[in-house]
Design a protein around this ligand. Structure first.
Ligand code: PXP
Length: 236
């Protein structure tokens, strides 16, 4: 059974909608940890659409489990990572126009640059995970560039509509996990996981941690709404 890293980006998305201080993703991290999360993940995007620099620095101080900084492999983000020193950096591709991370890294297109970024991060004792599609060639490439971990992209599995394609995508994830394990890398997974589809992924051998954000924050908004309304009514 895998452990849970909670992605708190969408707490910051709600905050940024008003540009104020609430809700604070740092508070959300504390609640997630108290509830049993084994890690906190936050993605500092180039356009700062949700998580801000201040959040990452404060999370580093407050998080007691481990902080996973999701980041594009750019010079700017590498410099921030080396300054903050998170437990882990998960390198993801980033496009300005996308709503969320769409595909895995194409390691083979940029092996030399990635190897250099990974070396810098690892020299600073930061574990480095590469967010990749469940594809054997990308697994091999992740090993060549010296990643400590891979995060298998579960978005294709999550979006699969028919029973057949769900099974196909699940088989790719299982094969990828087996290959990464054989090469000595550690394995996380995430993207699009929810309360219905998470069980099969959690059961894959050697998958250590699942990074889940949208489904948890979406449910929290709805399950918390009743109490929030009753608390307000009590004040009227
Ligand atoms: N892992 C990575 C690399 C991601 O980019 C994201 C989305 O920010 C997640 C996991 C979490 O995905 P979701 O919000 O769909 O649970």
């Amino acid at each position: 059974m895998a452990s849970l890293g909670v992605n708190i980006d969408h707490i910051a998305t709600i905050r940024q909608a008003r540009g104020g201080k609430d809700p604070d993703p740092v508070h959300a991290a504390v609640i997630a940890e108290l509830a049993g999360a084994t890690g906190i993940t936050a993605h500092l995007r180039e356009d700062r659409r949700h998580i801000q620099d201040r959040d990452i620095y404060m999370l580093k101080q407050v998080v007691k489990t481990h902080l996973n900084l999701e980041m594009a492999p750019t010079n700017e983000m590498t410099a921030i990572a080396v300054d903050v020193l998170p437990f882990m950096a998960t390198l993801v591709p980033e496009k300005r126009e996308e709503r969320t991370t769409e595909g895995g890294l194409s390691i083979r297109e940029r092996e030399k640059d990635l190897a250099k970024t990974i070396e810098t991060l690892r020299n600073n004792n930061i574990l480095v995970s590469l967010f990749i599609d469940p594809n054997i060639n990308e697994i091999k490439a992740a090993h060549r560039v010296n990643a400590t971990h891979v995060e298998l992209h579960t978005g294709y599995y999550s979006n699969a509509a028919s029973e057949n394609s769900i099974m196909e995508e699940l088989a790719k994830l299982k094969d990828a996990a087996l290959a990464a394990n054989k090469l000595g890398m550690r394995i996380n997974a995430g993207h699009g996981l929810n309360y219905v589809n998470v069980g099969a992924i959690s059961a894959i051998n050697n998958v250590e941690e699942l990074n889940i954000g949208h489904a948890i924050i979406s449910r929290a908004v709805l399950t918390g709404l009743d109490t929030a309304i009753r608390d307000m009514l009590a004040l009227l």
